[in-house]
Design a protein around this ligand. Structure first.
Ligand SMILES: [Fe+2]
Length: 230
């Protein structure tokens, strides 16, 4: 695992999407009481479970959008005391899971004060909930943007170059084509951009350590219109 801050770690695993290797990332937040929040879990291999548990007890397992839920069950089996929280819609799609709560606009009591959250409106295909980790001033998103850069394999780099989305935070075609209610989506984005983050962690591609807010504003200019970065 890579440590980004005293209470924030990331780790990844390979993942192919439409034939391209884009990787998947899990983010681990250590809360003030030392309990851990796992965001967008990847496969719970014995080594990873050991490594994570060394940081603190796993208390919350979060499936932050309707696509990132595949390994939640593995983690719950590995950490039976943890509670599962899912993006809206997963509670019916994953009725097999013992779900403690559906994520909304209000942080759960377990992480309130350390982690804020906003449900991205107007994009029901994903229903992504975006988080802000206050102590590290980090935006923790999932598919809100990809950031495919030099660490990706050649074919992936080529595809993203051709799509004009190489080497920067950039939404995929899904957002371009399938946002249902652009006004609701814009309102959520505007609220996200009020958080004072600079670093952006996303699930696919590289972490954006600096200037993430400005990059999001630029890549979502088609939604935000002429909004300027304060
Ligand atoms: Fe994803």
């Amino acid at each position: 695992m890579q440590q980004l801050h005293s209470d924030l770690w990331i780790t990844g695993s390979p993942l192919r999407f439409v034939g391209l290797e884009i990787g998947a990332r899990m983010t681990v937040v250590r809360l003030p009481g030392r309990e851990l929040l796992l965001h967008s879990p990847i496969s719970a291999t014995p080594d990873l479970v050991r490594e994570v548990k060394a940081l603190g007890p796993v208390a919350h397992i979060v499936a932050p959008n309707r696509f990132h839920h595949l390994f939640v069950g593995e983690w719950q089996r590995a950490c039976p005391d943890a509670s599962i929280y899912v993006a809206p819609g997963l509670e019916t799609k994953r009725a097999d899971l013992a779900i403690a709560g559906v994520l909304g606009e209000e942080p759960e009591p377990g992480w309130k004060g350390a982690v804020d959250q906003i449900l991205l409106g107007g994009f029901p295909l994903a229903n992504e909930v975006v988080f802000f980790h206050r102590p590290s001033v980090t935006l923790i998103a999932t598919d809100l943007a990809f950031n495919i850069g030099s660490s990706s394999p050649p074919l992936t780099r080529l595809a993203f170059r051709l799509g004009g989305a190489y080497g920067r935070l950039s939404p995929t075609l899904l957002e371009r084509l399938l946002v249902r209610d652009r006004t609701a989506f814009r309102h959520s984005l505007e609220r996200i951009l009020e958080w004072p983050f600079d670093r952006v962690v996303i699930a696919h591609g590289e972490v954006c350590e600096k200037g993430g807010r400005e990059e999001l504003v630029r890549s979502y200019s088609w939604v935000l219109g002429g909004k300027r970065v304060a």
